[in-house]
Design a protein around this ligand. Structure first.
Ligand code: T5A
Length: 213
């Protein structure tokens, strides 16, 4: 029987550098001997990427919170069925740029949707599947926004501004506090080199623990 792969997620407020570090993490895991598929949310499938465009577009200002949350989970359902579960079943590791923690943080913490409602959708769509490891890139919101702003036009979530993102950040940190086994917090408020070396050390320790069983 093939051993199930592992699901590793990078998540956090805007501008933390998680997307920049995705290839670094993939290479680190590949060096450790794992076949790694990288993907992202919202997105990762043809329909999921179309849903992503709807979610991030400025013209969607005014979308109801229910519609926004259901779209996020619709994309996630596709992603799990067509990409994540088949890869894990084949023994591949999946490295995903954002996952359900982002829904708890943005739609829950940021927009104020009840966490119970998110949990209902999570149980429906994920049927108990959870990431094995979530690297939470944490940094002050102002620093993250400044970095994201340098990258170009802001998406619908970045345009919500500082107070919104402060609530998002607090929600991420609260989840990390509640589930310390799954989370590792990366201090993303440093140079790219400093962030890389932290991530490298965290991954080494996590892989050692995994092998120790
Ligand atoms: N969303 C998502 C929800 O609301 N609910 C959900 O359930 C999900 C899954 C898109 C949006 O969707 C929302 C949350 C998001 O707002 P996304 O595609 O992950 O999600 O967001 P992006 O806008 O693409 O990425 P981020 O803004 O989150 O940025 P990253 O990935 O954290 O940062 P990155 O790597 O793109 O870096 C940003 C810039 O900073 C520089 C980089 O070069 C880049 O220019 N940078 C640094 N500069 C100096 N020092 C460092 N240490 C740096 N690290 C990066």
């Amino acid at each position: 029987m093939t051993m199930m792969g592992r699901l590793i997620v990078v998540d956090g407020v805007e501008g933390g550098g998680k997307t920049t570090l995705l290839e670094f993490i993939r290479t680190r895991l590949a060096t450790a001997g794992y076949s790694v598929l990288t993907t992202r949310e919202p997105g990762g499938t043809t329909l999921g990427e179309e849903i992503r465009s709807l979610l991030l577009a400025h013209r969607q200002d005014g979308m109801t919170l229910s519609a926004e949350t259901l779209l996020v989970f619709a994309a996630r359902a596709e992603h799990l069925a067509k990409v994540i579960r088949p890869a894990l079943s084949a023994g591949q590791w999946v490295l995903c740029d954002r996952f359900t923690d982002a829904t708890y943080a943005y739609q829950g913490g940021g927009r104020g949707l009840s966490l119970d409602k998110i949990a209902v959708l999570e149980h429906w769509v994920q049927e108990g599947l959870q990431p094995d490891l979530t690297l939470l890139f944490d940094l002050p919101v102002t620093v993250g926004l400044e970095r994201a702003g340098r990258r170009g036009a802001m998406d619908r979530f970045e345009r919500e501004g500082e107070n919104f993102l402060e609530r998002v950040r607090a929600a991420y940190l609260e989840r990390a506090r509640q589930q310390p086994d799954r989370y590792r917090i990366v201090d993303a408020n440093g140079s790219l080199e400093a962030v890389k070396s932290q991530v490298d050390a965290l991954l080494n320790r996590w892989l050692e623990q995994l092998h120790a069983g």
